[in-house]
Design a protein around this ligand. Structure first.
Ligand code: MLT
Length: 237
């Protein structure tokens, strides 16, 4: 029996989706899920995603590094911002992280059997994880402050296309179909297309173009970031 892929275009619409007994894929390409994936693949032990800045302090007292941003800018007094390159040199560390959208979206997927983070950086490994789990899938786009975002929807379309090569189908979910059609239309010039996105423009002004180019690179790493029952995100084993 085919399994279904549905897409939640922004976390504000998560109430429309039932996560029970499904695999949830949280997508914040620019940049939270790309950062977390990068960190864990470079030896970070685990990452705790929290909603509020103040929630990071008790973790920090216990030895965690505090990471995150608001409106793309590093939070004052934090150890790390939200650049994937900063996460490459934190081997052996535990991190607590709060971001404008990405960590908020991670906290929305209540009741899912498995919660995994989506990134182009480990695209094939994420697809393989989903196929192996053999459950219906919800793709959750983190967006920007409740609004739709181009780069997250593009990733949802790319992943849906890949999953449709296996026993998955959109099952009348127009959000998934539209993400897929958009991805197919622009797949050959992804960089030019994502440069049109509002977040690309927003972050370009913060001089993080290198981060953006990196975040849309396919398959640089193999490890998949998975939310554990403990509430920490670590590599799936
Ligand atoms: C977020 O979670 O809102 C993003 O990762 C923002 C950013 O690019 O820093």
């Amino acid at each position: 029996m085919p399994l279904s892929v549905e897409t939640c275009l922004t976390p504000e619409l998560s109430f429309q989706h039932d996560f029970t007994d499904k695999t949830a894929v949280i997508i914040d390409i620019f940049r939270a899920t790309s950062c977390i994936t990068t960190g864990l693949n470079h030896g970070v032990v685990s990452i705790k995603a929290v909603s509020q800045v103040e929630e990071c302090f008790p973790y920090r007292q216990r030895g965690y590094l505090a990471a995150g941003e608001r409106d793309g800018r590093k939070i004052e007094g934090f150890d790390l911002g939200n650049s994937p390159f900063e996460f490459m040199s934190q081997k052996g560390k535990k991190i607590v992280m709060t971001t404008t959208n990405g960590t908020q979206a991670i906290l929305k997927a209540k009741g899912a059997s498995h919660v995994v983070l989506g990134a182009f950086l480990n695209f094939d490994a994420v697809a393989e994880y989903i196929v192996q789990k053999n459950k219906n899938v919800v793709l959750v786009c983190a967006g920007w402050k409740g609004k739709y975002s181009l780069e997250d929807s593009l990733f949802a379309g790319a992943l849906a296309k890949k999953l449709f090569e296996f026993h998955f189908q959109a099952n009348n979910d127009d959000a998934t179909t539209s993400c897929l059609l958009m991805y197919e239309r622009v797949a050959s010039n992804l960089k030019e297309f994502v440069a049109l996105s509002s977040h690309y423009q927003r972050l370009r002004h913060l001089n993080v173009k290198e981060d953006l180019d990196y975040c849309i690179t396919f398959n640089l790493m193999q490890g998949v970031a998975e939310l554990q029952e403990s509430g920490e995100i670590s590599l799936f084993r």
